[in-house]
Design a protein around this ligand. Structure first.
Ligand SMILES: [Ca+2]
Ligand SMILES: [Ca+2]
Length: 227
């Protein structure tokens, strides 16, 4: 066999090994677990290719009696970039939140928007595809301030002078309503929820400072973080 024959066979063998080892499976970029129907655990996944800003398929697996795919849809038209799962209205079933980048009928410019869906066991049911939060935002997370099991939305938003603040929202029957916001800072690099507490990395005088963020009486307070 000549050299190119060996190469072709090698490529085929590698591809076969890949299939056998499961490398042909979806590339999972974002994943989250929750109880979407109030009746059992699910795993939700957003697939996508490496080096691509926006993702492709949403795949839902039931985790009851083994892992079983129960839903799949190509949502690349939404330009999805983030996935989270959490109960925002307190009915015991977790919503799926997808961060999208698109226009909306009421706000026809490309912008990041947080979409929320329910899964009824068969279909994704839109719960809230609000056109925007209070201001343009960089990122958002779900966080439970009071530990009541109902998730609030916390967003890193931009003010007009390009400084940033944290803003939060609670679900009120038909949509998200502003809750409390922080004092603005130069720039917020990241906000995350861990063990029931909220943390943020803030850029300050060329350095990066970690804060614990807590709910004050009227606003979100920047608290000293001590390791
Ligand atoms: Ca819910
Ligand atoms: Ca809460």
């Amino acid at each position: 066999m000549n050299k190119s024959g060996y190469i072709i066979i090698s490529v085929l063998l590698i591809a076969l090994a890949g299939i056998l080892m499961g490398y042909n499976k979806d590339k999972v970029h974002e994943h989250a677990r929750g109880d979407l129907t109030g009746e059992g655990k699910h795993l939700v996944v957003l697939t996508g290719e490496d080096n691509q800003e926006y993702l492709k398929d949403i795949v839902i697996y039931s985790l009851e009696n083994g892992k079983r795919e129960v839903y799949r849809e190509d949502i690349s038209y939404l330009n999805p970039w983030k996935l989270m799962v959490g109960d925002v209205d307190g009915d015991g079933a977790d919503e799926i939140s997808i961060g999208v980048y698109k226009e909306s009928p009421l706000h026809p410019v490309m912008a990041k928007r947080p979409f929320f869906y329910n899964f009824d066991g068969e279909e994704l049911v839109p719960k809230w595809r609000g056109s925007r939060l209070s201001r343009p935002f960089q990122d958002y997370i779900l966080h439970d301030f009071e530990g009541d099991g109902i998730m609030e939305v916390v967003a890193i938003e931009y003010l007009q002078d390009d400084t940033q603040l944290l803003n939060s929202y609670k679900w009120r029957e038909f949509g998200f309503e502003g809750f409390k916001e922080s004092e603005p800072v130069e720039s917020i690099e990241k906000v995350y929820s861990n063990g029931g507490e909220l943390f943020a990395y803030v850029k300050k005088d060329m350095s990066h400072v970690k804060y614990s963020v807590f709910e004050g009486e009227n606003e979100l307070e920047w608290g000293e973080y001590n390791e």
